[in-house]
Ligand binder design. Sequence first.
Ligand SMILES: O=C(O)c1ccccc1NCC(=O)[C@H](O)[C@H](O)COP(=O)(O)O
Length: 263
Amino acid sequence: MTFLEKIIDKKKQEVAERKLQAAGKHTRKNPIYSLHQNVQAADHISIIAEIKRASPSKGAIQMDVDILKQAKQYEQSGAAAISVLTDESFFHGSLDDLKAVSEAVSVPVLCKDFMIDEIQIDDAKNAGASIILLILAALPLERFQRLYNYATEQGLEVLCEVHNADELKDALTVNPKIIGINNRNLKTFEVDLQTTAELVQQIDKGELTIISESGMRTKEDAELARDAGANTILVGETLMRSNQVEADMQALQVPLSSTKGAS
Ligand SMILES: O=C(O)c1ccccc1NCC(=O)[C@H](O)[C@H](O)COP(=O)(O)O
């Protein structure tokens, strides 16, 4: 059984248990903000900065992080959005984390979880998310399309995450505004930044938000994503391990117009 199969099985159990409970009271306090608008307005690579205590591939990263301090540092350093891992079993996150972060910042918050049911989208919106994640590798096409329509009808933005050409083809069936290319293979955990280079060239970029996710460490990695045609990067571990978040984020926010070959 791959990790992805394992976590989806766990999500099915969680959704079944969640549906036995009453609907969440309406507790959302913050407006819905737009990642897409932030990205389209930027003249540099946009950063989605992630709150990530731990992960299946790296284990504990920063288990005792002050999530509000981290989120505010991200916002003050120019994050276009903040990603919050809300899975409890494998990432030690929670919807409570997302709620606390969304009430502390004035930028879009992404609920980074393995969505398979409408009730998860309701809970994410109620907790303050402006964006939800749909992973093409985790959903049959028809389910992806229904959840995409459900989320956008709720006024949320959707990060459609792909890892190969077949998943990209399926993602494009909903004419998405935001496409994420995960450089990490969610089954093997292998990370290859060339995944972005290979897939972006298959996209008619237009006004899309194109995100290179995972494995971003250096300015050169951000430049590789930019030169491949991405306009956004999603960064977790590097920023969670950083003791100079502002400086590291400034270094990653490379200009969108490459100076390569400039005279
Ligand atoms: O991070 C993992 O180990 C992982 C394993 C399996 C599925 C998803 C996983 N992470 C979620 C993400 O996609 C990353 O948290 C995000 O892209 C940031 O990646 P990084 O900058 O490499 O921490």
